[in-house]
Design a protein around this ligand. Structure first.
Ligand SMILES: [Cu+2]
Length: 104
C-alpha cells in the first residue's frame, strides 16, 4: 500500500466514524421513538418491524412526492446535513407522526 492510499483510507475511516446512524423502529403504527435528536450529518434509519403493515416516512416540507412504501423487514433512511426541526408523517397513516431535531 502506498502512503497516499493509506492517507486516503485514514480520511475515509475518520469521516465515516464521525457521523452516526440512529434507528427508529416502526411497530403497531407508531414510530419508536417518535421524537429524536441527532447531530448534523447523522443518518436516521427507519426499520419496519411490523408483521404485515407497510409504511412511508414523508417529510412533507422537504419533498413534494411521497417516498415509496416500505414493508416488514425493510428500511428507509435519510441523512440530515442541515440543522433544524423536521416533522414527518406516514403517508398511508397520517396519524403516525414523528420529529427529527438536528443539532449542529
Ligand atoms: Cu404507516
Amino acid at each position: 500500500m502506498t502512503r497516499v492510499m493509506l492517507f486516503i483510507s485514514l480520511i475515509i475511516i475518520s469521516w465515516t466514524c464521525s457521523s452516526k446512524e440512529v434507528v427508529v423502529e416502526i411497530y403497531k403504527k407508531k414510530f419508536i421513538p417518535a421524537e429524536i435528536t441527532i447531530a448534523q450529518g447523522d443518518t436516521v434509519i427507519w426499520k419496519n418491524i411490523e408483521k404485515r403493515q407497510y409504511h412511508s416516512v414523508w417529510f412533507k416540507q422537504l419533498q413534494k412526492e411521497e417516498p415509496d412504501y416500505f414493508f416488514p423487514d425493510e428500511t428507509y433512511q435519510r441523512t440530515f446535513n442541515d440543522v433544524g426541526t423536521f416533522p414527518y408523517i406516514c403517508g398511508p397513516h397520517p396519524k403516525m407522526t414523528g420529529v427529527v431535531t438536528v443539532k449542529p
